[in-house]
Design a protein around this ligand. Structure first.
Ligand SMILES: C[S@@+](CC[C@H](N)C(=O)[O-])C[C@H]1O[C@@H](n2cnc3c(N)ncnc32)[C@H](O)[C@@H]1O
Length: 236
């Protein structure tokens, strides 16, 4: 019997093993089955070079929307999951960094005055089933303090930015085993030793996402300038 082996063709142009998948606002919040931005970027380059609009009906957290926006393409997305929609909105909403910085400073002052007993607020705990199964008392209090601050943010764009960071903090400071998407509680031993620094956690996520937003805004500005220059050259 003669064996005929079909030649294998390996296309390494789709290999993004070493790429940074968390640039720009892609660093905001994890989500199940996220597409890496390099795939969206390559598909847009291949099939949507002169596109004016991109529509992603199952946009999840908006990877394709961010990539389209970074190329100066208008992007629209829909998704069944309100959490995905919130993240996608936060990742594609633009506003001046100075506005965010004012709120970040206010937040730091708020946490400082809570830590030093300068400010006392009437904490209202959310009342959902099994809350004590998933959160330690101290964590619950700190999360409620943060939520109080977020509820009072007037600027809806900034509020979304904070809510996305809050969501990750809730998950990470809970007694959930963080390595899995499904909800399993830590073992008794793990729970005993688990004392999350809730304010530290949220602050490092706020700082990370601020950098992501800054890079996103800068890149968008560069593309806008390039489009503007190209239009002028075309009109000549
Ligand atoms: C694999 S995820 C997309 C992830 C996205 N590419 C990203 O990078 O974040 C698929 C999405 O489809 C959404 N979905 C499933 N059925 C849907 C439907 N009938 N209409 C709208 N969205 C739907 C899910 O909520 C989920 O967010």
């Amino acid at each position: 019997m003669v064996m005929i082996s079909t030649p294998k063709y390996i296309d390494t142009t789709w290999d993004f093993r070493y790429a940074n998948t968390k640039e720009y606002t892609h660093c905001f919040h994890n989500y199940p089955a996220m597409m890496i931005p390099q795939i969206a970027n390559k598909l847009i380059n291949l099939y949507g070079k002169n596109a004016k609009t991109l529509f992603d009906p199952y946009c999840g957290t908006g990877t394709s929307l961010v990539e389209a926006n970074l190329k100066g393409i208008n992007a629209y997305g829909t998704d069944l999951n309100p959490m995905a929609r919130l993240i996608a909105e936060a990742k594609t909403t633009t506003f001046e960094l100075q506005i965010l910085d004012l709120y970040l400073k206010e937040f730091n002052d708020f946490i400082f005055s809570l830590n030093f007993g300068i400010e006392k607020i009437n904490i209202v705990f959310p009342n959902f089933k099994n809350i004590d199964f998933w959160f330690k008392k101290e964590t619950k209090e700190k999360l409620a303090n943060i939520k109080y601050f977020i509820n009072n943010i007037k600027d809806e764009r900034v509020k979304k930015f904070f809510l996305v960071v809050f969501s990750e903090t809730v998950r990470e400071s809970s007694l959930t085993r963080n390595s899995e998407f499904k909800l399993y509680r830590m073992s008794e031993k793990q729970r005993e030793n688990f004392n999350p620094d809730v304010y530290g956690m949220i602050n490092s996520k706020l700082a990370r996402n601020r950098i992501g937003l800054k890079d996103y805004l800068e890149q968008k500005k560069i593309v806008q300038k390039q489009t503007f220059v190209a239009l002028i050259l075309l009109k000549r």
